[in-house]
Write a protein that binds this ligand. Structure first.
Ligand code: NOJ
Ligand code: CA
Length: 544
């Protein structure tokens, strides 16, 4: 198996709006990130993925781009961006940009032109269809709950948008569209960008028949065979590889909707020359049973024997906080956050950390719908009300899953607004910032942050955790995760308690562990025969 820098990298995701505000307007920005570069370096990460920083009306916080060549006003200037790039590079950290090319903003000049008339030269940059008897071309729904077709006042056609109506989908069949996108990618790569995370990239090829779906409400369920992985997607990605990607020493990561280990391999297998890795996203959607998560982890790990690779996130800006979702954000929060970090950073796939998870930030439950900001929250909220829920019921239902859970400001200090801004933050700070913040993680030698640093450093010096064989020693167990990694005569066992109860260590595992020693653990003292709630240990074979 070929060894490369992007297999060995630890990548950290920044959601720029929520990371650090430098000018008191309440919105995180690029100079704010520059202030925190030493923090990123001390964490030991190799690359930062930035959620979109391009000009945008921010209907979907930058995932609606109005100009691919400009920086979003609230975030700063191109000069700020250059300072940021330089600051990262001088610290040995690479930069990954988000590439949102399934759709643009409706404010993009292409769409402004395209919508103006049926004969406009840019018309075919987007996907237009005649309606059926005064109604939409088909029954498709968007991922944001509303129907997937809308009209503009200028003509009677309908345009496709798999997300918000203000995010029209580009027509990838049009080679002019593709050339424009490739030109833009080269422009950023020539400026020194080291990689792209490609937004919903397996949606770019559409089902040309535009046939009705049997159950249009099950958008995610039917994405496979519906919106995602349509014939053509692999041709487009191969073309992109030939025309752009292969000419640079960069990394390409696909956010692939409805991905599973089988179809994921088609994106990542190096002989196919498409992308370097898809995110192993099906793990993000899982809650217990643990056996299911373990099954997915095993299947993804098998990619490394099949010439493929994958990126592994446990948190991101589209999901509730990992410690709240997978684990325990109450009495076991600290040990649980560390256990999840252990699982992530001892896995073969390239680990993606999401800002704030390194200090164990948790979900928030705003008491009024007015405190939420995410477009998807409001669409779902409206939908629930339409379906007869009371406002209170709708709020309670959406609190635990809202994407805003992971978008509250980064908690730097115990100062007002968690040291994120001197002004009023664009979204409220999680009230637990008084106990959960970077400052007190820095001073406590046993903090979650320090543990992340140790784990990252350990991964760097133990390459077998990346390239080694992955063997699940307890595939069916619903409480314990126990995996052995072996490489070039070395061996590691990762053992963790995935529950909030004490768990005995099975005798057979105790025997397996005899030649091993604990190299890292998330608790002060461990016992041979049992694990406390969320206890995690990384063992290394003595003499290895
Ligand atoms: C996936 C992004 O991660 C999400 O935040 C966004 O809303 C959709 N794609 C649409 O771009
Ligand atoms: Ca600002």
């Amino acid at each position: 198996m070929k060894q490369t820098w992007w297999k060995e990298a630890v990548i950290y995701q920044i959601y720029p709006r929520s990371f650090k505000d430098s000018n008191g307007d309440g919105i995180g920005d690029l100079p704010g990130i520059v202030e925190k570069l030493d923090y990123l370096q001390a964490l030991g990460i190799d690359m930062v993925w930035f959620s979109p920083i391009y000009a945008s009306p921010n209907v979907d916080n930058g995932y609606d781009i109005s100009n691919y060549y400009k920086i979003m006003d609230e975030l700063g200037t191109m000069q700020d961006w250059e300072t940021l790039l330089e600051g990262l590079h001088s610290r040995g950290i690479k930069m990954m940009l988000d590439l949102v090319i399934n759709h643009t903003s409706d404010q993009h000049e292409w769409f402004q032109e395209a919508k103006s008339s049926k004969t406009n030269p840019k018309r075919d940059f987007y996907i237009w269809r005649q309606g059926k008897e005064d109604s939409r071309p088909n029954n498709w729904k968007s991922f944001f709950t509303v129907p997937a077709w809308s009209q503009t006042p200028e003509t009677d056609d309908w345009y496709l948008h798999l997300f918000d109506p203000r995010q029209p989908d580009l027509n990838w069949k049009n080679s002019e569209v593709r050339e424009e996108i490739y030109r833009m990618m080269r422009w950023w790569l020539d400026k020194g960008v080291d990689g792209f995370r490609m937004d919903v990239i397996n949606l770019i090829a559409k089902d040309d028949n535009f046939a009705d779906f049997p159950n249009p409400d099950a958008v995610f369920e039917m994405s496979e065979g519906g919106y995602a992985n349509r014939p053509g997607v692999h041709d487009y990605l191969h073309e992109m590889y030939e025309k752009v990607l292969k000419h640079y020493n960069i990394v390409s990561v696909g956010e692939c909707v409805g991905v599973n280990p089988e179809n994921g391999l088609l994106f990542s297998q190096s002989s196919r020359q498409e992308l370097h890795m898809p995110f192993a996203m099906n793990i993000l959607w899982e809650a217990p049973p643990l056996s299911k998560i373990k099954k997915y982890l095993r299947e993804w790990a098998a990619h490394i024997n099949q010439d493929g690779w994958y990126g592994l996130p446990l948190g991101a800006h589209d999901y509730a906080r990992q410690v709240s979702r997978f684990g325990n954000d109450q009495e076991h929060r600290e040990v649980c956050a560390k256990a999840l970090a252990t699982l992530l950073l001892t896995n073969p796939g390239t680990p993606f950390l999401y800002q704030g998870d390194e200090i164990g930030m948790t979900n928030v439950a705003f008491s009024s719908e007015k405190d939420y900001r995410d477009i998807q929250f409001f669409n779902e909220y409206e939908d629930l009300l339409k379906n007869g829920k009371s406002p209170q019921e709708a709020l309670l239902q959406l609190q635990p899953t809202s994407r805003d859970n992971s978008r509250t400001p980064m908690q730097w200090t115990a100062e007002p607004s968690a040291g994120f801004t001197t002004g009023t933050p664009w979204i409220k700070v999680n009230p637990n910032y008084l106990e959960i913040n970077v400052e007190n993680n820095e001073t406590n030698p046993h903090s979650i942050l320090q543990y992340y640093r140790q784990l990252i450093a350990y991964r760097k010096t133990n390459k077998g955790l990346i390239y080694g064989k992955y063997q699940d020693l307890l595939p069916e167990d619903e409480s314990l995760y126990c995996v052995e990694r072996t490489w070039e005569g070395q061996a590691w066992i990762i053992l963790l308690n995935y529950t909030s109860q004490i768990q005995p260590i099975p005798t057979v595992i105790q025997q397996n562990l005899l030649p091993f020693q604990v190299a890292l653990s998330n608790v002060a003292q461990s016992e041979n025969s049992k694990l406390i709630p969320w206890e995690a240990r990384v063992y290394q074979r003595e003499g290895a």
